[in-house]
Design a protein around this ligand. Structure first.
Ligand code: ZN
Length: 496
């Protein structure tokens, strides 16, 4: 959050780290801080605000590295150390104008109290040679040169780890890898090919929406305008669709492209694999952007072409999404992909979410809502309250073709049908109304946040109360009446 909240009387804009709560950036400083010696000026300023920055008051653990000059002025660089080892990526930079005025601070340091735990235990460590051997094995390439091997401290999700940092240059395929290996047990904490970018073409979300054409023949190739070029994010550089948030590892005969070109048409099986990777990755990044970081401990496992039937599912036992191939292959429709990912999200929030009929229907309704809400702006208006427009094209007689709607006039007391997907439409209709009422971001934050307050067998009424509580926690109860009225009109809550 950027705000004017004062850092010890300082008149400036500040931005706090969401992870640490400490001040991450200071800019537009209104008070005047000036000095001839930029290093001395920076040091004095950091000491003065050490507490807010999460630094030691005497700046212990912070080592001056250099003053870099640029057209903007001078940049005083400090590297954080813990126990004599650099904390990888933990830099503090103080920017000073050419005439010696302090412009701002960028603070990438870990709060000093987070580093305390490191010194307590001294387990046996693996050697640098061993770390190199592990790293070499992890990048399968023709020629590997280890360019760096340094003992560091590396923050993983806000916790410091004793680690080896390695930089490896590879040929065939070419790559520049940065890797972190746990110094106590040799596990790979992070691995990234920094040289590689990858491109793909996808349906986003469907050819029906992209072309605004409901009469496409699913047995034929679609016009080129149905596809959209995207950059695939987060890939580990192995050439497989393995990344930060998604892995298609369970898929048989997976695609591998070491040149980063994942351009396939729907006539190729690899297209479905790319679809699943891209859309789940994008949804995972969206979740983080909404504030739901750390829901998933591991990349989401995806099996494309898992069933012959026209059916897909999230398997909570294996924590894996499996797509079927009946009709239009499910993974060709990004809304089906996001619906299934919706189940995975809920399971990550409340293990085995959906054990009762009503909770199960909430799960189906949420999956539809998540897909419809996410792709809202990419669809023609008349398709927005519907889902699976491409998947349904081979059997749906409706226009636009769809599997379910989010705007039906359903009432819980009157219309309960005892079929989980149909009944899900009662729930999704509520969520869709919330989105119209509150806007996308707010509605999604409240709805997804509310799952944390549910149980695996919650009722619709429990779910509605959870939504009201989430609204209160996140937005201080604004719109309470209007939100309540939605659930009352739908027969879920009784009027008070
Ligand atoms: Zn479902």
């Amino acid at each position: 959050m950027a705000s004017n909240d004062p850092v010890k009387g300082l008149k400036a804009k500040i931005h706090r780290s969401e992870r640490y709560g400490t001040v991450q950036r200071i800019y537009t400083i209104k008070d005047e801080f000036k000095g001839k010696d930029p290093k001395a000026l920076a040091t004095a300023f950091l000491k003065l605000h050490a507490l807010d920055l999460g630094l030691d008051p005497g700046l212990r653990g912070l080592r001056f590295e250099m003053v870099r000059k640029s057209i903007m002025g001078m940049h005083v660089m400090f590297q954080q150390f813990a126990d004599g080892k650099p904390v990888s990526g933990a830099w503090v930079r103080v920017d000073v104008s050419p005439d010696g005025e302090l412009l701002g601070v960028q603070n990438g340091a870990m709060p000093v109290e987070r580093l305390m735990g490191l010194r307590a235990v001294k387990p046996k460590e693996i050697t640098g040679a061993k770390a190199k051997a592990i790293a070499r094995k992890a990048v399968s390439a023709g020629r590997i040169v280890v360019e760096e091997c340094e003992r560091v401290v590396w923050p993983v999700k806000g916790k410091p780890h004793e680690a080896w940092k390695l930089v490896l240059r590879t040929a065939n395929p070419t790559g520049l890898w940065r890797m972190y290996i746990d110094a106590t047990n040799g596990t790979i904490l992070g691995k990234r090919n920094t040289m590689k970018r990858a491109w793909a073409q996808v349906f986003d979300p469907t050819p029906v929406a992209a072309l605004d054409n409901t009469r496409l023949d699913p047995d034929k190739e679609v016009p080129p305008g149905a596809y959209r070029r995207v950059e695939l994010q987060g890939l580990d550089g192995s050439g497989y669709l393995d990344g930060e948030h998604v892995s298609t590892k369970p898929t048989k005969e997976r695609v591998r492209r070491t040149d980063g070109e994942f351009i396939f048409s729907r006539t190729r099986k690899a297209f479905r694999e790319v679809m699943a990777y891209h859309h789940i990755d994008a949804a995972a990044r969206h979740l983080i952007e909404l504030g739901f970081e750390g829901l998933f401990k591991k990349p989401m496992k995806v099996k494309v072409h898992g069933y012959r039937a026209d059916n897909s599912e999230y398997d909570p036992g294996r924590r894996m999404i499996i797509f079927g191939t009946g009709g239009v292959d499910d993974a060709e429709d990004a809304e089906v992909i996001l619906h299934e990912y919706g189940h995975a999200i809920q399971d990550a929030q409340v293990r085995w979410f959906g054990e009762s009929d009503e909770c199960g229907a909430m799960g189906e309704g949420f999956g539809d809502f998540f897909a419809a809400s996410f792709f809202h702006d990419r669809k023609p208006a008349r398709m927005r309250p519907t889902v699976f427009n491409w998947n349904a094209i081979s059997y749906s007689k409706k226009n636009p073709p769809h599997e379910r709607r989010l705007d039906l006039k359903l009432n819980f007391k009157r219309d309960w049908a005892d079929e989980v997907h149909d009944d899900g439409q009662i729930w999704s209709a509520c969520l869709w109304e919330l989105r119209a009422l509150l806007g996308q971001r707010r509605a999604e934050r409240i709805v997804i946040g509310s799952h944390h307050l549910c149980m695996r067998d919650s009722t619709f009424a429990d779910g509605a109360h959870a939504v009201l509580t989430a609204n209160e926690r996140l937005y201080g109860n604004r719109n309470r009446k209007a939100i309540r009225a939605v659930f009352e009109r739908r027969g879920i809550l009784d009027p008070v």
